[in-house]
Ligand binder design. Structure first.
Ligand SMILES: *[C@@H]1O[C@H](CO)[C@@H](O)[C@H](O)[C@H]1NC(C)=O
Ligand SMILES: *[C@@H]1O[C@H](CO)[C@@H](O)[C@H](O)[C@H]1NC(C)=O
Ligand SMILES: *[C@@H]1O[C@H](CO)[C@@H](O)[C@H](O)[C@H]1NC(C)=O
Ligand SMILES: *[C@@H]1O[C@H](CO)[C@@H](O)[C@H](O)[C@H]1NC(C)=O
Length: 186
């Protein structure tokens, strides 16, 4: 009799253990699964941009960029210093230095940087003047952040975030529309 009771007890413990394991795995696969940080990039100061700078083709023009990184994860997201690239019709015309940062769990940070545009490359593009005449200049910027997601200060998961932003600059109003998409690769 006592033997049977013990067996039932063991069986119950086993079932309970399996349930706990399944729940833990389910939690890791859902709630704690690393999600892509949301990255938004907005150029600033274009309204004060001095057009006469465009006449000196040997110079570089820098444009302020405000980058917001929002971390939806239950662990901090840390990324090293990186470089973003700005493309104009498949030609790299600018670079954006990105400082390494750590974004706390379920929080966001805002960092300022400036894009360095190589005017010579931009103006040399055969589409430059026709796009200016059409009223807007479109750029795409890309950055890969080979970061880490920290979970409960114990686990470190490598997570590379790929961010692509499309910018459309309205020449007349100097308004910039930006739209960014981030993807995470574990
Ligand atoms: C412009 O930027 C490029 C790349 O960042 C650099 O190699 C070049 O020296 C810069 N030119 C000037 C005039 O600052
Ligand atoms: C053009 O820019 C370069 C680099 O910034 C500078 O050395 C040069 O003096 C500028 N030329 C003119 C005409 O402003
Ligand atoms: C970033 O730039 C914005 C606007 O240009 C400014 O208000 C803000 O104080 C800057 N933040 C930092 C951390 O430099
Ligand atoms: C730039 O993008 C905007 C919005 O996507 C589009 O309306 C416009 O025609 C594009 N301009 C050029 C020159 O490709």
């Amino acid at each position: 009799m006592a033997n049977k009771g013990l067996k039932i007890c063991l069986a119950m413990a086993l079932v309970l253990m399996i349930i706990v394991i399944i729940l833990t795995v389910a939690l890791f696969l859902t709630v704690f699964k690393p999600k892509e940080p949301n990255i938004m990039v907005q150029p600033v100061g274009l309204e004060h941009f001095d057009l006469s700078l465009l006449t000196n083709l040997t110079s570089n023009v820098s444009l302020g960029m405000v980058i917001t990184v929002e971390n939806p994860n239950y662990g901090s997201f840390e990324y090293p210093k990186a470089t973003g690239y700005v493309n104009f019709h498949d030609t790299i015309v600018g670079e954006v230095p990105i400082e390494g940062e750590s974004v706390p769990a379920r929080d966001q940070i805002t960092v300022n940087t400036s894009a360095n545009f190589m005017l010579q490359k931009l103006v040399a593009n055969s589409k430059f003047w026709s796009d200016i005449l059409s009223g807007s200049l479109n750029f795409t910027s890309t950055a890969a952040l080979p970061g880490k997601v920290h979970m409960f200060k114990i686990f470190k998961l490598k997570a590379t975030v790929y961010c692509t932003c499309d910018f459309s600059i309205n020449i007349a109003s100097r308004n910039v529309d930006s739209n960014c998409i981030s993807k995470i690769k574990l």
